[in-house]
Design a protein around this ligand. Sequence first.
Ligand code: GRF
Length: 253
Amino acid sequence: MGNREPGMAPRAAASADAGAAHAHATGVPAPAIPRSAPLRLAVLASGRGSNLQAILDAIAGGTLNATVVGVFSDRPRAAALQRARDAGAQAQALSPRDFTSRAAFDRALFDAVDAVAPELIVCAGYMRLIGAAAITPRPGRIINIHPSLLPAFKGLHTHRQALAAGVVEHGASVHFVTADLDGGPVIAQARLPVLPGDDEIALSARVLSREHPLLLAALRLFADRDVTLREDSVHLRDERTAPLQLSSNNAFA
Ligand code: GRF
């Protein structure tokens, strides 16, 4: 959601794992999902869909134990939808103009998302605000990839912001979605140097090339059921963790 509509702030709350959410909603602890079960992913995307493609390719190549149970967009012409269909995944777009309010759009979107029963919802270039009412019932179950080293350069035009600030290092972050604009707990990051002569196009291309392995490495943690959000902190195998850092070999340091 890093490139969301100007002026939009994501509204979310995420404070526990999916099992706790289930327990809260039903009073009954959720049955544990076996680590070997493919992770059921819903992907929200508004545009090009290169991160979605990386997910689809990794699943097809056997390097990510997951299944894309649905791809959802707020833009009927999003290339991501065709990428999903080409891979045999269910894809669906809802047009905001068909709804009387933002909340009504969110309700319809997340009804559709719920219908495919995802374990994790991945915002991969999803550019529309998600309201709190859609997020609060799904604590720790929505993540986003943002093209900066959060907390630096939230919001739009992150590469332009980085160049204007004159930083020597830039990158991308995968984080849980919370009520703060791109401010949720960071799960993992990929860092790269800003090179002399970099412009916005060159820098964004280099960041994107690190986004794909970063997102996949983060999703492998979820597929292993190793990462959760508890009390607003990222936990890795039950231990609170600082943001994981992607190495050049595409594993976490
Ligand atoms: C990526 O840069 C992602 O970080 C940002 O939007 C872009 C989406 O790219 N949130 P793509 O649609 O996955 O190619």
